[in-house]
Ligand binder design. Sequence first.
Ligand code: HEM
Length: 295
Amino acid sequence: MTEFQPGILHEGSAHHIFLEFTVSGAPRFLPGRALAIAPVAGGEQVVAFGAGLLGCLRGVAPPPGAADFAAVVAGAGGYVAPATQRDLFVWLQGERRDELFMRALEWREALQGKAQLAAEEHGFLLRDSRDLTGFVDGSANPQEDARRTVAIIADGDHAGGSFVMAQRWLHDLAGFNALPVADQERVIGRTKTDSIELQGDAMPANSHVSRTDIKRGGEAVKIYRRSSPVGGVRDPGLYFLAFSADSNRFRWLLESMYGLADPSRRDRLLGYSKPISGSFFYAPPKAPMLAAFER
Ligand code: HEM
C-alpha cells in the first residue's frame, strides 16, 4: 500500500490543534513553495485539501468522490448541518501544548498572504478519551489493522489517500446534564461509565449509536473517528473529525442522523449538540503530498 499520512493513525495525543484555511481566487491556487517552509514532515500532523484546491497540487490527482461539504437540512425543527467548506486543513497533534502552539504559528506564518486562517480549534484528551458529555468517544472505532482498511484507500491511483470530514459541534451541556444519566444513556446508546452498548429493547431507534451503526447495500458503513473535545467553558463542544476510504459514508451517516428517510428516527443527540461548521477534505498519500510542496 502506498504510504498514507501517518498522523491519521497516531492515537492518544494529549493536545490537538485544528486549523482550517481558505484560499481566495478562481481557480484557487496555492504555490507549493508557500508550504515548503511549513513543517510537513512530522508524523503527528495531517494535511488535507478541499476539492477546490486539490487541482493545483502537482502530482496529486483529485480522487473521484472529492467534493465540497453540502449542507444537510432536515425539515422542521431547525436541524441543520451547515456547510462552511474550507480549502486547507491542518491537524497538529502533540504531548506539549506550548510546542504545538509554536507549530501552529509556523503554519500561519508560512501561509501569510496566501491563505486566510478561517477557523482554529484547540482540542484535548479528556480523561479516558471522553467527549464533554462524559461519554467515551471512539469505543466502536475500528482497531489495529482495521483502521487502515476503513480509513485509507487500499489500491488504485489514489492508494494511500483518505477522505476527511471535519465539523465543529457546539454542545448544550446544561440541557444534556439536566437529563437523568439513564436517559443520557438512551440518547447515546451506551452506558456512561463503562461504555457498554445498550441491548435489545433497551436500545432506542433514535439513539446516536442506532443512527450511526448502519448498513448500506448489506455492508456496515464504517468510518475512523478522531474527534476531540474543543472550546472553552463558554462554548464547549466537539471537533468531529473522521477518515474514510470512501467519501459516501459521511453523507450516509449524516442523512441517517438527521432522519432524512424517517424523521421519527432523528438522532436524539441533535437536541443537545449542533454543528456550526462542516467541510470535506482529502488527505493525499504522504509522498505525492511532500513532492507537491517542493516546487
Ligand atoms: C456532537 C457530536 C458527536 C458526539 C458527541 C458523538 C459521540 C459519540 C459517542 C459517545 C459514541 C459511542 C461510543 C463510540 O463508539 O465511539 C459515538 C459513536 C459513533 N458516532 Fe458519534 N458523536 C458525534 C457526532 C457524530 C457524527 C457527525 C458522526 C458521523 C457523521 C458520528 C458517527 C459515529 C459512529 C459511526 C459511531 C459508532 C457507531 C457504532 O458502530 O456503534 N458521530 N459517537
